[in-house]
Design a protein around this ligand. Structure first.
Ligand code: PAF
Length: 278
């Protein structure tokens, strides 16, 4: 496995060794878990060369505390990537990707950014898109892999690739869950064992929605709200039913559009998000 700390080294290597080969790219912020491993496995299956970037992108954190607390587990991350047979890791310092004082670009993603994470994490998607645009331009992968757990991010990146007229195909990969249903996330490392157990409430609610679709959006939403009120360690930030393509809220199931239910909640100060496509 090659590890590059600068885009010049990475691009030099790709120019020499990637001719005629397909490149699969998985961007990450480190603190890797089985969800990321699943992305790399998909990349290995579908492409000749798999590249993973590890870069905690400062411009996508609207809350400086969140950035400071973000777990850093580089040594284990590299071991995991080696084990899953990732070919190349790009792990640059901030100044390889941003000039001093550089801010996020301003994008227009229309309805995709008006609610959910767009509402509760102002500026987050501009920062996320800024770094993804830079990474896609540096690597020019055949396919880039994104987890469905960050559903809104996935649809925004698809839109970004279109705006960039990029040739990269943006592939969504299903969420990996633990035994209790808790979605794999780097933030789970910040939860106690007990919190992890309680956090299965999120998946239980999503599952309830899948199994009781017939009772309709309004009743499902109030079911979720009630369930969260029962556990005082949890604060529900949103439970929203949206149309997949637009990420706009729906009041009833729409026959033509696929929908999703998205939940964000805090447990012991840790922000967790999850969703299920219905
Ligand atoms: O999902 C993430 O970890 C990040 O938002 C990403 C896509 C790596 C961009 O920094």
């Amino acid at each position: 496995m090659y590890i590059f700390k600068s885009k010049e080294e990475l691009q030099k290597h790709l120019a020499a060794f990637s001719k005629g080969k397909t490149i699969g790219f998985t961007p990450t912020m480190g603190a890797l878990h089985l969800g990321h491993m699943h992305l790399i496995e998909q990349s290995n299956l579908k492409c000749d060369i798999s590249i993973c970037s590890i870069f905690v992108n400062p411009t996508q954190f609207n809350n400086p505390n969140d950035l400071a607390k973000y777990p850093n587990t580089l040594t284990t991350d590299l071991e995991m990537l080696e084990n899953v047979k990732c070919d190349i890791v790009y792990n640059p310092p901030v100044n390889d990707l941003y000039v001093k004082g550089e801010k996020a670009k301003s994008y227009d993603f229309g309805s995709l950014t008006t609610i959910l994470e767009g509402e509760f994490r102002p500026g987050h998607f501009n920062g996320m898109a800024t770094i993804i645009q830079k990474l896609l331009n540096i690597i020019n992968p055949t396919i880039a892999f994104f987890g469905q757990k960050d559903l809104q991010q996935l649809y925004i990146v698809k839109n970004l690739a279109k705006q960039m007229k990029s040739d990269t195909y943006i592939e969504g990969v299903e969420t990996v869950r633990g035994k209790s249903g808790l979605a794999k996330s780097s933030r789970n490392k910040l939860l106690s064992e007990n919190a992890k157990k309680e956090a299965s409430l999120i998946y239980n609610c999503l599952n309830y929605c899948e199994n009781n679709k017939a009772i309709g959006v309004t009743k499902l939403k109030s079911h979720i709200q009630k369930e969260f009120l029962k556990n005082e360690n949890f604060t529900l930030e949103y439970a929203e039913f949206v149309a997949l393509k637009t990420m706009l809220p729906i009041k009833d199931w729409e026959a033509v559009n696929q929908s999703a239910v998205c939940i964000s909640a805090y447990h012991s100060g840790v922000r967790l998000i999850d969703n299920i496509i219905l």
